[in-house]
Design a protein around this ligand. Structure first.
Ligand code: SF4
Ligand code: SF4
Length: 455
């Protein structure tokens, strides 16, 4: 079925159906698909499972049939849409510009509103939606999960695979809590800019060193950083679970917080260190397009949103040379490379900081993290991680750099090579502390190589 370019998809939505702006948008997207199947080649679930219904084109047909015929979601549609990672590799590959992201987001909302999942799945999703976006609850849950870690094999044995996956993913040790309160970090020297840093929900708990490094790099290069009062989770976690009401509440809260800051002291950008969140914030304008009170403000916020590496790429980074020669495998998070089309900037930034940057084979394929995917779809996620780690190890890096906390956690669970955020490396290379994950024997060879090169 692959590789045949046909005519654009025909649809038969009624005028009454098209009165719903979400249906109208999906219809527009469906009509751009020409059934060519190019997207199947780069879709991780199709590559692994080989089932057309687990390819973008197959999912598009399932969604079309469900929406066009006003059908409630059934088990089959739910299975194949749940298996989609929302990695958006299909959007990068599609020659016809099909906006699969908005289509699958709509399908997930339709599933959430019309399909009754099995009890255990429903409970698990409710727990994830209540815990992950909330720093305090998430920290408490991780503390419990660490204690219960040895029970992971037992949970898998009795069929509670997602619980087992959660326990396995829980870090062995939790970093000290990050600064949670709203604060301003003044620029060193003459102020050249002022930005808000989105703290996020998972990053401050699992990887607080990332935002701390971002603040140091920015202030060191003359940028004032503010953590605005009232900001929270971007809403992406619940958005990808189809819980639109919860997602839009989070979006409005952040819009209020950032607009207050932008209209107050002023902002040049809103910086995000987790690219999954960045993709969501850049879509706020679309998500609130039908909300008369918020549409304009949300559009403004999306225009201000930038990935941390995207922003740093525009600064004159001053490297100390300390990291010269360290081989870094750059893992392009899907949300960054496919969602935001940012591919060059992080690598160039690392090179300018002195690192030897290596591309990873099959870099377009997802690592299996994908928000809550590595908990809810553990089997596929583990296969994707094994493939990703094997590809990364081929380039024999000293360190792996990934611009998304989800990828960092997922990849780190499958390798002994340290995995850090690019901004932690840039911080180290420009006068900051060496990332804690790098303090170990793994770097001995790299240090020897650097010393050798210096002779
Ligand atoms: S988003 Fe990723 S997993 Fe989903 S259909 Fe597209 S390529 Fe496949
Ligand atoms: S989504 Fe794009 S690449 Fe995939 S079948 Fe449709 S037109 Fe072709």
């Amino acid at each position: 079925m692959g590789g045949r370019i046909g005519k654009a998809m025909q649809t038969t939505f009624t005028l009454a159906q098209l009165a719903d702006p979400n249906v109208a948008e999906s219809e527009k997207i469906l009509r751009t698909c020409v059934h060519c199947g190019f997207c199947t080649a780069t879709c991780p679930t199709y590559v692994l499972l080989g089932d057309e219904l687990d390819s973008p084109r197959g999912r598009i047909y399932l969604i079309k049939d469900m929406l066009e015929n006003d059908k409630p979601a059934n088990e089959e549609v739910t299975l194949h849409i749940d298996r989609c990672l929302s990695c958006l590799a299909c959007m990068t590959t599609c020659p016809s510009g099909v906006h699969y992201m908005h289509l699958v987001d709509h399908a997930r909302v339709h599933i959430e509103n019309t399909y009754r999942r099995p009890l255990l799945n429903r409970m698990l999703r409710a727990v994830l939606a209540a815990v992950l976006p909330d720093n305090r609850r998430f920290r408490a849950a991780l503390t419990l999960a660490r204690l219960a870690k040895p029970l992971a094999p037992l949970m898998a044995l009795v069929g509670l695979k997602p619980v087992a996956a959660m326990l396995r993913l829980a870090p062995a040790r939790l970093p000290a809590p990050a600064m949670a309160e709203a604060r301003v970090f003044p620029a060193e020297g003459r102020r050249q800019g002022r930005v808000a840093l989105m703290a996020g929900c998972v990053t401050p708990v699992v990887g607080p060193s990332i935002n701390e490094a971002a603040i140091r790099v920015l202030t060191r290069h003359g940028i004032e950083v503010v953590l605005p009062e009232g900001q929270g989770c971007c809403g992406g976690i619940v958005h990808h679970m189809g819980r639109e009401h919860d997602a839009l509440a989070a979006v409005r809260r952040n819009v209020d917080a950032w607009i207050a800051e932008a209209d107050g002291e002023g902002l040049d950008a809103i910086l995000i260190t987790a690219s999954g969140c960045g993709t969501t914030v850049k879509d706020y304008g679309f998500m609130l397009r039908s909300d008369a009170a918020y549409a304009g403000k949300a559009k403004r916020i999306s225009a201000l949103a930038k990935d941390i590496c995207e922003y740093l790429a525009g600064l004159n980074i001053r490297s100390t040379g300390v990291a010269s020669g360290f081989v870094t495998a750059y893992h392009g998070a899907c949300s960054l490379q496919h969602g935001q089309k940012i591919t060059r900037e992080p690598k160039e930034l690392l090179s300018r900081a002195g690192f030897v940057v290596k591309d990873v084979p099959e870099g377009h394929l997802c690592c299996g993290s994908a928000g809550t995917y590595n908990i809810l779809e553990d089997d596929i996620a583990k296969r994707l991680r094994a493939r990703k780690v094997a590809n990364i190890e081929k380039v024999e890096p000293d360190v792996i750099a990934a611009g998304n906390i989800g990828c960092i956690t997922q990849i780190a669970a499958g390798t002994t090579i340290p995995v850090v955020h690019p901004v932690e490396l840039v911080d180290w290379a420009t006068g900051g502390p060496q990332p804690a994950a790098l303090k170990g024997t793994v770097l001995t060879a790299a240090k020897a190589r650097v010393a050798e090169a210096a002779v």
